[in-house]
Structure formats: structure tokens, C-alpha cells
Design a protein around this ligand. Structure first.
Ligand code: A3P
Length: 288
């Protein structure tokens, strides 16, 4: 890794120092979950920002005020990040929270609570491409090198939050029963309304057809891209340089095909399959 000074190592996981600190990780360890907390878990670049847009209006009868006036990092904070201790205790319930933490590093009160989890998975090939560009535009992440070099790092888990396969596997086959809902980024792209209905049912909530239509429209890539509360344009250019790559970059499935050579595809697919062996987890993109 080019510059380990950019990252802290928490229990074997690399995290950007700009957004994570000893204090925020202590706050995470001691965090008290409430039974009505809604917790969206993702491996980075799998649709976290999308969930930060979707959850507030679903929890507030379709009201778009929060997503139009509060930056995503304060509206639906990351449990492990530096903003959490500053804002999480002040957010009215039901709170929506996001996290990249693996299951085994969740605070004890999570396991004793009834808080619900939505786990979002995205095709790891597109996660890799998205992450590659994110590393180029974010000064708090190191230079990714060539795409091939970054692929090797990704497969070895030498990236923030470790191996994609470890993350996906650790949130499966748990005792959480109906406390967890699994969705994919690709399903959201294909049928956002259908996924939002699924989430509403999971949360035991309802919205009128009109309100749901408004939320769906607000949460499209096109509209999120112009929402200054969600497109990271409020972040200084020295931290995130949108001239190098937008945070809301392409928002599609299958962009990996523009980056993977046939050889790299074979190598990547084999490495992921090997790691997923015996897990019985199937994804729509496995057949591609
Ligand atoms: P791309 O870089 O492929 O465009 P995260 O929020 O977990 O960091 O993930 C970021 C990725 O989600 C980016 O992918 C971003 O464009 C995409 N994304 C965010 N909101 C989206 C939306 N409404 N529709 C489609 N993709 C979205």
C-alpha cells in the first residue's frame, strides 16, 4: 500500500483516518442500539449513499425535507465514523444508520436489540471499478495504481474494510432471522419502486402510491446527482475532487466490462468463486 499513514488499522481492517478515529471507534463499541433503529450495511461502493437517500423519506411518510436540507453524513450517519458521536444521539427515532462494519465487530447492544438490518450487495466487479475511481478523486485514499494492480489489492483484501467476500459472507447465515433483509444494487436499478415496497413491508410501514412515486423519483441517479445534500459537492475539492471523478459517477450495472480484459475477468471470477465456495450464496451476476 502506497501510504499506510492515510489509514488506521482497526481489528485488522483498514479505515480512512480522515473519517475514522480512535474516539469514533470507541463510540461504536459502546453504542446503544434502539429496537427501532434501521441499519443499512454495505461493503464500500455498493449503494450506501443511495440508502441514505431512501431511508429517511420511507421512515417519514414520504417527506423529502430531510434529504433536501441535511447532508447525507448527518442525516443517516455511519456508525463507525467521526460524525456519529456528534449527531447520532440527537437524531429523532426511528434512526436510520449506515455502516461498513462486519458482523463480528458490531457492538454488543446490537445483538441484544431488535434493530433491523438491510444488507445491500453489489456485483464485486462494479464495486471494484467504482472504488478504483473513488481512490482517484478522494485525497484520503491512496493512489490505486493501475486497474490491474488495484484488482490484486482488492482480491487480497488490502483495501478499506477488507475482502468483499469476507464482508458478504459474514452477514449471511446468521441468527438474525426476520431482522435482516438482503437486497442488491442491481435490483434497485432494475425496479427501484419494487425494492422500496419490499423495504416498506420489511419495516412494517406503508406509503400512499403518490408518496412512493415521489420518493422513487427523488432517489433516481439523475436527481441524486443534482442534490447538493447527497452529491458530495459540499466537500472541499482538496478532499474530494469532482474534476477527477464524480462521487455519483455512472450509477450503472456492468461498467466493469469497460475495464476487465478477458484474462482479468477469468482471474477475478475464479478468485471470488473460490472464496465463496461452500457458502450457498447465489447472486444474479454469477451467471453473467
Ligand atoms: P459508481 O461509481 O459505479 O457510479 P457508495 O455510496 O456505497 O459509496 O456507492 C457509490 C456508488 O453508488 C457509485 O457507483 C454511485 O454512483 C452509486 N449510486 C449512488 N446513488 C445511486 C443511484 N440513485 N442510482 C444508481 N447508482 C447510485
Amino acid at each position: 500500500m502506497a501510504d499506510t499513514g492515510l489509514y488506521l488499522n482497526y481489528q485488522g481492517l483498514l479505515m480512512p483516518r480522515l473519517t475514522h478515529s480512535e474516539e469514533s471507534l470507541k463510540y461504536l463499541e459502546k453504542f446503544t442500539f434502539k429496537d427501532d433503529d434501521i441499519f443499512a450495511v454495505t461493503y464500500p461502493k455498493s449503494g450506501t449513499t443511495w440508502m441514505q437517500e431512501i431511508l429517511p423519506p420511507l421512515l417519514n411518510g414520504g417527506d423529502l425535507n430531510a434529504v433536501q436540507t441535511i447532508p447525507n453524513w448527518d442525516r443517516v450517519p455511519w456508525l463507525e465514523e467521526t460524525r456519529a458521536p456528534l449527531v447520532l444521539d440527537k437524531i429523532p427515532s426511528p434512526r436510520a444508520i449506515v455502516s461498513h462494519m462486519p458482523y463480528h465487530l458490531m457492538p454488543q447492544t446490537f445483538f441484544n436489540s431488535k434493530a433491523k438490518v438491510i444488507y445491500v450487495t453489489r456485483n464485486p466487479k462494479d464495486v471494484l471499478v467504482s472504488s478504483f475511481h473513488f481512490h482517484k478523486m478522494a485525497s484520503f485514499l491512496d493512489d490505486p495504481g493501475t486497474f490491474e494492480e488495484f484488482t490484486d489489492r482488492f482480491l487480497a483484501g488490502n483495501v478499506i474494510f477488507g475482502k468483499w467476500t469476507d464482508h458478504v459472507k459474514c452477514w449471511r447465515n446468521l441468527d438474525l432471522g426476520d431482522r435482516i433483509l438482503y437486497i442488491t444494487y442491481e435490483e434497485m436499478l432494475q425496479d427501484l419502486r419494487g425494492v422500496l415496497e419490499q423495504i416498506l413491508t420489511f419495516l412494517g410501514r406503508q406509503l400512499s402510491g403518490d408518496a412512493l412515486d415521489r420518493v422513487v423519483d427523488h432517489c433516481t441517479f439523475k436527481n441524486m446527482k443534482t442534490n447538493t445534500m447527497s452529491n458530495y459537492s459540499l466537500v472541499p475539492e482538496g478532499i474530494m475532487d469532482c474534476n477527477k471523478s464524480s462521487f455519483l459517477r455512472k450509477g450503472v450495472a456492468g461498467d466493469w466490462k469497460n475495464y476487465f480484459s478477458p484474462e482479468l475477468d477469468i482471474k477475478f471470477t475464479a478468485a471470488i468463486q473460490e472464496e465463496m465456495k461452500g457458502s450457498n450464496i447465489k447472486f444474479p451476476w454469477d451467471e453473467e
